[in-house]
Design a protein around this ligand. Structure first.
Ligand code: SAM
Length: 295
């Protein structure tokens, strides 16, 4: 036999020997009918891993010292409901829970939600903190008394209209990133981390009719976020409002309507303001009442 012909036969021989060495197969082999020819089986597709969600920002945790300060700035306590937008490993919501608040963390990444839930289980505050896998831009924020975030400037800006429509007085803290021209009420640097704090202002821009006892006058307010300025019109006299201040639903302004400046302090509730007038710069704390209706 020529060497090349032996070489051709060797694999066949080896394959038959291997077959005989497998008892079950060897026994069955002679009696089995040859299988009917079949079309080649369709190639089975390997199960695809679940698609990774398209994140707007990657996970980078806020250092714990900054987390603590963020929640101090917002004075988070047992009466609060905190929502952390993009909650990562859950540290902000869990720390809020440890301060007695109810808190919810929202993250689009299932891995982050799994990590946060694991951390929550070890934290002792599972009764008041939860984590939900969802897009922060599709999250109902209306129940929050405090919002926290460590996102990016353009994401803060995208959220801003929704935040400004929240209940006046809602507190907002952002790690590192601004809200565009909406200036923070407090800015702090904690170990090189910029923390910014805002209070959602009531919407007061426009014209109001004011009643204070027998006195009637109009005020006109211009508002840019929490900054207000305006004038009061009494008869044919127009005077500027000074010492204006708007913090959440609390409003203050001073007007020189008579001989002495009067300082108005009040609360805004939709289209109505009510409060007390303090006579002069340092007046009686229990001043007479005033109210205003939006025109
Ligand atoms: C910079 S980390 C902040 C984590 C945490 N808040 C903290 O300060 O430690 C941002 C988080 O946002 C999440 N994220 C990104 N885009 C999101 C979206 N559209 N909806 C919800 N979460 C999102 C990321 O998965 C990430 O965990």
């Amino acid at each position: 036999m020529r060497i090349d012909s032996l070489a051709w036969r060797l694999p066949t021989f080896a394959f038959a020997a291997a077959l005989l060495a497998m008892p079950a197969l060897a026994q069955d082999a002679p009696t089995q009918e040859a299988p009917a020819p079949q079309a080649p089986a369709a190639k089975e597709e390997a199960p695809k891993p679940p698609a990774r969600p398209q994140l707007d920002v990657i996970f980078v945790p806020t250092p714990q010292a900054a987390v603590n300060r963020m929640l101090e700035l917002a004075r988070v306590g047992p009466n609060d409901f905190v929502i952390d937008l993009g909650s990562g490993d859950g540290r902000i919501a869990i720390t809020a829970g440890k301060r007695g608040a109810r808190a919810m963390g929202v993250d689009l990444d299932p891995q982050r939600i799994a990590d946060a839930r694991k951390n929550l289980a070890a934290s002792g505050v599972s009764d008041r903190v939860s984590f939900v896998q969802q897009n922060l831009f599709e999250t109902d924020l209306s129940k929050a008394t405090v919002l926290t975030m460590y996102l990016l400037p353009h994401l803060n800006l995208k959220l801003r209209p929704q935040i400004l429509d929240l209940k006046p007085g809602t507190r907002v803290v952002s790690h590192d990133f601004t809200m565009g021209e909406w200036q923070p009420d407090v800015f702090e640097d904690v170990n090189g981390r910029d923390l910014m704090f805002w209070i959602v202002p009531a919407k007061v821009g426009g014209n109001w009719k004011v009643e204070a006892g027998r006195q009637r006058f109009d005020i006109s307010l211009k508002q840019e976020f929490q900054e207000i300025k305006g004038t009061a019109q009494i008869g044919n006299r127009r005077v500027p409002l000074t010492r204006t201040r708007l913090e959440g639903d609390r409003i203050e302004f001073t007007a020189l309507l008579g001989r002495r400046p009067l300082h108005f302090q009040g609360r805004v509730e939709g289209d109505r303001m009510t409060g007390r007038i303090l006579g002069g710069e340092r007046g009686d704390r229990r001043g007479r009442r005033w109210n205003a209706e939006r025109q």
